[in-house]
Design a protein. Structure first.
Ligand SMILES: Nc1ncnc2c1ncn2[C@@H]1O[C@H](COP(=O)(O)OP(=O)(O)OP(=O)(O)O)[C@@H](O)[C@H]1O
Length: 261
């Protein structure tokens, strides 16, 4: 009999397409469609990945489809060889997601907020106190957990949202602009934490801030007008698109003044 082992985390996206109806055909005018994703395919193993693209490139659409909050017109998302949709709650348990913006209840303390998020993630109540302490330690908020969120700075709120995404030890972590509002010291700290966490999980970071991913990314995915134009380690992208320069120069060379909106 073959022995069962835990497979390495593996995310495969195949042929994702998504269009939005932009005008509703009012007064007999035909509805127009905006294609946000035009057939996107890639696969990711353990590591840290930067998803770079200008405004309107399709990053949020792609993330929303992977996290299951938006349905693709066609294409598939697979986790370790199985359809994410079919896995349903099993997939949601391996997924940690930090959205760009999220309302926080100012009257909650950090501890209460994280306990509430544990309940939403159906983490058994006996595990909640230890989970809360662990993720708070990761983001350097252990000493602030009993303060009300009204007293948190923007950077502390951002770190709390990251802590919340880390509850349940997800093997797939998706972060949308995670360093927004962080000061330079916090950015550096977050970068090294994510690099450490990426050793045995997949971390996908959508960002405009090239320096957030330049030194720590396993690979960068470049998204332009709903199409994946390249996926490669930083050094290969530099060699291909901006020899002798840096990732910022790659970004400018590939996207120029592009704004897909
Ligand atoms: N709900 C919607 N209805 C109509 N069009 C939409 C909708 N959401 C996104 N779009 C359009 O789809 C395209 C991709 O948008 P998306 O938000 O995925 O890009 P993005 O790369 O995340 O941009 P940003 O960096 O500004 O967040 C854009 O042209 C956008 O205007």
């Amino acid at each position: 009999m073959t022995q069962q082992t835990n497979p390495a985390p593996f995310l495969a996206v195949e042929g994702l397409k998504k269009s939005y109806l932009t005008h509703g055909g009012l007064f007999g005018r035909p509805a127009t469609k905006k294609q946000a994703l035009a057939g996107v395919s890639f696969s990711l193993g353990p590591g840290l990945y930067g998803l770079l693209g200008p405004n309107g490139a399709g990053k949020s659409t792609l993330i929303n489809i992977i996290t299951g909050s938006l349905k693709a017109d066609s294409g598939t998302v697979q986790w370790c060889g199985k359809s994410a949709r079919a896995l349903d709650i099993k997939f949601r348990r391996v997924l940690g997601y930090m959205p760009q913006q999220q309302g926080l209840y100012d009257s909650y303390t950090g501890r209460r907020f994280l306990a509430y998020m544990c309940a939403l993630k159906e983490i058994p109540s006996k595990d909640v106190p230890a989970q809360v302490e662990r993720v708070a330690e990761w983001v350097n908020l252990s000493g602030e957990l009993d303060k009300r969120l009204a007293a948190y700075s923007g950077g502390m709120k951002q770190r709390l949202l990251l802590a919340s995404a880390l509850l349940g030890d997800p093997k797939l972590l998706i972060l949308d602009e995670p360093t927004a509002g962080l000061d330079p010291k916090e950015r550096v700290r977050l970068r090294s934490l994510l690099a450490e966490l990426a050793k045995d999980r997949i971390i996908l970071i959508a960002t405009h801030v090239v320096s957030d991913v330049e030194t720590v990314a396993t690979e960068i995915l470049l998204l332009k007008n709903g199409k994946l134009v390249d996926q490669a380690p930083v050094s290969e992208l530099i060699a291909a698109h901006a020899p002798g320069q840096n990732l910022e120069a790659v970004y400018l060379s590939v996207f120029g003044e592009e704004d897909g909106k």
